[in-house]
Design a protein around this ligand. Structure first.
Ligand code: VGL
Ligand code: ZN
Length: 196
């Protein structure tokens, strides 16, 4: 059984949004047509409280600077995907009616969550693993935003957990912060994620 995991196709990650990823708005037209090929389609949604640890303006820091959190280095992002706001809503053109499950992440104030499986401490589970195993899903294709953060971290965790994991690179777009895309692609390969 195989699932398509559509990562963070939200307004704030598309052009015009608070943390816009170049070309993000090209993805709905590319992702929608492939959904039919999967046994399950699962969406993730970045969903932060206003006082979230990853927001630069909560610490008077510059966006895209680094901060040493209890759980390790954390990028400080422009305020984005505040739960319940229009920026956090799924892009109007992605066919969310096809999602069996929409899993929200990053909803705790004191920890960020890039991966769909674990928060950034790499140990607090989101529950997605159990859901997939319960449904007998063993093969996962990842697409969406952003290739080098939430998509990569999710695919790497999937491979670590023993799922067959593929990155659909042409159905994803990257932030590419100081070489983060190349670093992510290396990491993905090293963890046995197929880059398609
Ligand atoms: C993401 C940065 C902060 C992502 C989420 O979806 O890749 N990146 N929050
Ligand atoms: Zn976020």
């Amino acid at each position: 059984m195989k699932a398509l995991i559509v990562v963070d196709m939200q307004n704030d990650f598309c052009p015009g949004g608070a943390l816009a990823v170049s070309g993000g708005d090209e993805l709905p037209a590319l992702i929608n047509p492939v959904m039919d090929a999967y046994d399950a389609v699962i969406f993730t949604q970045d969903w932060h409280p206003a006082d979230h640890i990853s927001f630069a303006d909560n610490r008077d820091a510059a966006p895209f600077s680094m901060f040493e959190a209890d759980y390790g280095p954390q990028v400080l992002w422009p305020r984005h995907c505040v739960r319940g706001t229009e920026g956090a809503a799924l892009h109007a053109d992605i066919d969310s009616s096809r999602a069996d499950l929409i899993i929200r992440k990053g909803f705790r104030s004191n920890i960020d969550s890039y991966s769909a499986f674990f928060e950034n401490d790499k140990s607090t589970p989101t529950g997605l693993e159990g859901y997939l195993r319960n449904r007998g899903i063993d093969s996962l294709d990842f697409c969406g935003l952003a290739t080098d953060f939430c998509v990569a971290w999710s695919a790497i965790d999937a491979a670590r957990l023993g799922f067959q994991a593929r990155l659909l690179q042409s159905l994803s777009r990257a932030i590419d912060l100081e070489g983060s895309l190349d670093a992510a692609l290396n990491d993905l390969r090293q963890h046995g994620v197929t880059i398609a």
